[in-house]
Each structure stands twice: as structure tokens, then as C-alpha cells.
Design a protein around this ligand. Structure first.
Ligand SMILES: [Zn+2]
Length: 54
């Protein structure tokens, strides 16, 4: 059985496959979102405006 890719300490469970728990599944999701697309977005959904220094 494959180990959890997050903690690598416990086997995956069918409910949260391929993770061992909801905690690890959430951690992977957060890492996925913040890993490749580290774009700061405000509460209103608008990205930070570009500022061109003189
Ligand atoms: Zn885990």
C-alpha cells in the first residue's frame, strides 16, 4: 500500500486517497494552490496594481 505523500508516515485511506487523512489532503491542496501560483489576491478578488517607480 502506498504511503501518504504528505507525511510519508501512514498508509493512504480510501476516503482521502492518496492521503492518510483530511489534514494531509488539505495540506496538499494548500501547497498546490500556493506553490505554482503565488499570486497575491485581495479580498475583492483584484490583483495588486503594478507600480512603476519614476
Ligand atoms: Zn499523511
Amino acid at each position: 500500500m502506498a504511503d501518504c505523500p504528505i507525511c510519508r508516515q501512514r498508509p493512504a485511506v480510501p476516503e482521502y486517497k492518496p492521503f492518510c487523512s483530511k489534514r494531509c489532503a488539505d495540506l496538499d491542496l494548500q501547497r498546490w494552490f500556493s506553490g505554482g501560483y503565488a499570486i497575491p489576491v485581495g479580498p475583492d478578488g483584484s490583483a495588486e496594481d503594478e507600480v512603476e517607480p519614476e
